[in-house]
Design a protein around this ligand. Structure first.
Ligand code: GS8
Length: 214
C-alpha cells in the first residue's frame, strides 16, 4: 500500500500533532514540507489539499484531509483503532471528552503563550508578557483539573493510552521550548504522565523532528 503524505513543515505544532498519531498508529507516511516563505501554502496545488491555505493536509490515495485532529483520528481509525477505543461505548466517550479538553481548554490556553514566546520573535516582534501571564493563569487552572484526573487514572481517558493523550504531545513539547516549562512543577501527576509519554518511541520521534536542526 502506498504511504500517506503529510504536507507541512515540522516546525508547526499542528503538523507534529499528526506525526504523533501517525507514529503511534504505526502508519506508513512521508512528510512533504510546505514553504511558507514562498507562499506555497496559498498556491493552487496546496489550496486543493487545504482550502484554508494552511498546514497540515494529508493525502491517502484519492482522499484529501485537513484539520490536524481529523487527520489524527483518521490515522487511528485506519491503523490502530484502539487508540480511540472504537467499539467500547463508554471508553470511546471518555476519549472524546479528553480530545475536546485538549483542543478547547489545554491548547486554547497554550496557543497564545506559544505564539508570543516562539513565533512573535521570529516575525520580528517582541513577546507580549501580559498575554503570556494571562494565559499561564488559564493554563494553571486547566492543569489543576488534569492533576485531579491523573490522580485517579494513569492516562486522561482512563488507564489506557489514547489519542487524547497523544494530541497533547506537540504543543507540550513547544511549551518546554519556552521559558515557562516550570509551570508543570506544581502538578506531580501531570509531570509523571508527561514523563510516561516522553518515554514512548512515537513521542521521541516527534521531539527529534521538532528540533530546528532535524
Ligand atoms: C489549524 C491549522 C493552522 O493554524 C488544524 O489543522 O488543527 N485548526 C487547524 N495552521 C497554521 C500553521 S501554524 O501551526 C497555518 O497553516 N497558518 C498559515 C495561514 O493561516 O495562512
Amino acid at each position: 500500500m502506498a504511504p500517506m503524505t503529510l504536507y507541512g513543515a515540522t516546525l508547526s505544532w499542528n503538523v507534529t500533532r499528526c506525526v504523533a498519531a501517525l507514529e503511534e498508529a504505526g502508519a506508513e507516511y512521508e512528510i512533504v514540507p510546505i514553504n511558507f516563505g514562498t507562499g506555497e501554502h496559498k498556491s493552487p496545488e496546496h489550496l486543493a489539499r487545504n482550502p484554508f491555505g494552511q498546514v497540515p493536509a494529508l493525502q491517502d490515495g484519492d482522499l484529501y484531509l485537513f484539520e490536524s485532529r481529523a487527520i489524527c483520528k483518521y490515522a487511528c481509525r485506519k491503523n490502530k483503532p484502539e487508540l480511540l477505543k472504537v467499539g467500547d461505548l463508554k471508553e470511546s466517550a471518555m476519549v472524546d471528552v479528553w480530545l475536546e479538553v485538549e483542543a478547547n481548554q489545554y491548547t486554547s490556553a497554550l496557543n497564545p503563550i506559544l505564539f508570543e514566546c516562539l513565533i512573535r520573535p521570529i516575525l520580528g516582534g517582541t513577546t507580549d508578557q501580559k498575554v503570556v501571564e494571562e494565559n499561564l493563569e488559564k493554563l494553571k487552572k486547566v492543569l489543576e483539573v488534569y492533576e485531579a484526573r491523573l490522580t485517579k487514572c494513569k492516562y486522561l481517558a482512563g488507564d489506557f493510552i489514547s489519542l487524547a493523550d497523544l494530541n497533547h504531545v506537540s504543543v507540550t513539547l513547544c511549551l518546554f521550548a519556552t521559558p515557562h516549562a516550570s509551570v508543570f512543577d506544581a502538578y506531580p501527576h501531570v509531570k509523571a504522565w508527561w514523563a510516561g509519554l516522553m518515554a514512548r518511541p512515537s513521542v521521541q520521534k516527534v521531539a527529534a523532528l521538532m528540533k530546528p536542526s532535524a
